[in-house]
Design a protein. Structure first.
Length: 260
């Protein structure tokens, strides 16, 4: 299979290329800021994007204009709502897989966050804390935003109304249902995400630490294999893991509650 990489000179692009070659894929095109976006689509079976929002948007504009039908895996974060809308438009005629985090464990945490937010009412204050290396350009991370949106959805709240991104100086009292975000950018931390549910008498924390960016590259290669078998549409990690996780969760709960 031939893979074209947008962001090929970047840290993630480099790891995706290595991972793809290890899996026996060929690299058809390596595209960075010095190249033409149209070259990404030459003689290739699939496209992978780990670049920056401007590049992702121009790629999608090209896809939409030319009605390109080559499946695309997008890992770039910090994308605007307009860019996500554009992805949805393109997904009417091509397979688009988008995940701000390609780690399988993050998809598990996302599911746990949904279940926990259904189980605990809004008397539990939710805070999301994330730590990344000092070169990361977007904040909060795409993963932190994804987790926040999952929690808001589980609580049947409008994310934009409950998300609190800044606290500085004299601030209003915490609102019921507020989801607070805090961010650290330091050293070479690959990525840490922690969700806290803080009640009056107890606190629950759910935490994920990525030790190496390799995990995102491995997840990307798995996503490629899966995506090329799908019909045109918009897909996320939830779609990718559904068939694996749903039967597992069903039997897990059955086992758990039937223990004597
Ligand atoms: N989904 C996930 O699991 C996951 C995991 C890690 C990172 N990410 C995200 O992936 C993205 C890339 O991260 P990174 O650490 O690899 O960044 P990076 O090292 O800064 O690499 C960025 C890449 O994008 C290219 N680029 C920049 N502007 C461009 C333009 N206008 N047109 C075409 N290419 C352009 C750069 O090319 P030049 O060298 O020519 O500038 C470079 O190849 C970020 O959004 C990051 O948050 C996602």
């Amino acid at each position: 299979m031939k893979v074209s990489v947008l962001g090929s000179t970047g840290k993630m692009g480099g790891l995706v290329i290595k991972s793809a070659l290890r899996e026996g894929f060929e690299i058809s095109n390596k595209i960075s800021s010095k190249d033409k976006i149209s070259d990404l689509f030459l003689d290739t079976d699939v496209i992978v994007d780990f670049s920056c929002p401007v590049a992702t948007e121009s790629m999608l504009q090209y896809v939409n204009k030319e009605k390109v039908s080559i499946p695309i895996v997008i890992g770039t974060t910090g994308l605007s709502e307009q860019c996500i809308d554009l992805m949805h438009r393109c997904s009417q005629f091509v397979q688009i897989f988008y995940s701000p985090n390609m780690s399988f464990l993050i998809s598990i945490i996302n599911m746990i966050a949904y279940a926990t937010s259904k189980l605990l009412d809004e008397s539990y204050d939710v805070e999301i804390h994330e730590v990344h290396h000092k070169y990361k350009k977007d904040s909060p991370s795409g993963t932190a935003l994804m987790l926040g949106k999952t929690i808001a959805q589980a609580r049947e709240r409008e994310f934009n109304e409950v998300a609190r991104f800044t606290r500085y100086g004299v601030i209003p009292l915490r609102q019921e249902g507020e989801i607070g975000f805090s961010v650290q950018r330091c050293g070479n931390t690959v990525g840490k995400h922690e969700i806290s549910y803080v009640g009056e008498y107890e606190t629950l924390k759910i935490k994920h630490t990525a030790h190496s960016k390799e995990i995102f590259a491995k997840g990307t290669v798995k996503a490629i294999r899966w995506l090329i078998q799908q019909k045109p549409g918009f897909y996320t990690m939830n779609d990718f893991t559904r068939n694996l996780v749903v039967p597992m969760v069903k039997s897990l709960y059955k086992d758990f509650f039937s223990r004597v």
